[in-house]
Design a protein around this ligand. Structure first.
Ligand SMILES: O=C(O)CCC(=O)C(=O)O
Length: 279
């Protein structure tokens, strides 16, 4: 195949499509059907929309993902659902929400993800790929963003709750931990010194926030831990843990992990939020 390059005309065409109201997924689909290589197409979208987003923040956007907790109400509206505020920590920014998902939504997500699980991987330190890692003994899968009605609804809810554009989010990742499985403490941002990081950052920039949605309640074990600040969060079906980090540095105190499950299974869905449009 001939070399495909991102020309100013292509960037202008992408911007026009976006101004006309087409979503980044629709623009990507149009590019793929007219023969663009997926990697080049995603890169072109990310660069063009990333630049646009940097110049014109979406209406109502905050500078970091952040729920509106200014009125100290026990519930916040997340568009189609009221969500309870169970715990708020200012520094690092950690908020525990109750009932972000209904029981039925949790069950449906587990049923859909269960058929597509594979051993979880982490970002490989020497490349921009991923690798199986002993520190992470769960099984996982990714949903495409807006893949179906349920995923679209949950993503819209999250976007409203933390006031962050939907297309700045990665696709939801579902993890299943069996007894003994864990995710050892780690940071969610991409380590700036790793050789693969510049390539990863082309698709939407750094991660700046995380939501861990608990899809079930394990019988024993499996809490989400923040070792630097001595915080343990019990996984409870339907609840969601939000935390944010405004720089890729341990000083954010967002070292966290999933402690070993002792009895039963633990299922979570993770939504990572990027600085810009993730395509
Ligand atoms: O399973 C958990 O409690 C934490 C998940 C996690 O650390 C992650 O997805 O980055």
């Amino acid at each position: 195949m001939s070399q495909q390059v991102i020309t100013p005309e292509l960037s202008e065409w992408i911007s026009e499509q976006t101004r006309a109201g087409h979503t980044s997924e629709a623009v990507l689909a149009a590019m793929l059907s007219s023969g663009w290589d997926e990697r080049v197409a995603r890169d072109a979208l990310s660069r063009t929309l990333g630049q646009t987003a940097a110049l014109t923040p979406p209406p109502g956007a905050t500078s970091m993902p952040e729920p509106d907790l200014s009125r100290f109400t026990p519930v916040v509206n997340a568009g189609d659902r009221d969500v309870k505020v169970l715990m708020v920590l200012r520094q690092p920014r950690v908020v525990l929400f109750g009932g972000l998902l209904s029981d039925e939504e949790c069950d449906e997500m587990i049923a859909m993800a269960g058929k597509r699980l594979a051993r979880s991987e982490t970002v490989a330190t020497g490349t921009d790929g991923s690798e199986v890692n002993a520190a992470r003994t769960s099984d996982g899968m990714f949903f495409e963003r807006s893949e179906n009605d349920l995923i679209r609804r949950v993503e819209a809810r999250i976007s409203t709750l933390v006031r962050w554009p939907l297309d700045y989010g990665e696709g939801l990742q579902v993890l299943r931990y069996r007894p003994g499985a864990e995710y050892q403490p780690h940071y969610d941002y991409f380590e700036p010194s790793h050789v693969g990081t510049p390539n990863i950052l082309k698709r939407g920039g750094q991660r700046v926030g995380t939501l861990v949605l608990y899809l079930n309640t394990p019988t024993e074990g499996g809490s989400t831990i923040f070792p630097d600040i001595g915080l343990d969060i019990a996984p409870v079906k339907g609840n969601a843990l939000f935390f944010s980090y405004d720089r890729p540095h341990p000083s954010t105190q967002t070292l966290h992990g999933g402690s070993p499950v002792v009895q039963g299974e633990k299922w979570v869905a993770t939504k990572w939020l990027r600085q810009g449009v993730f395509v």
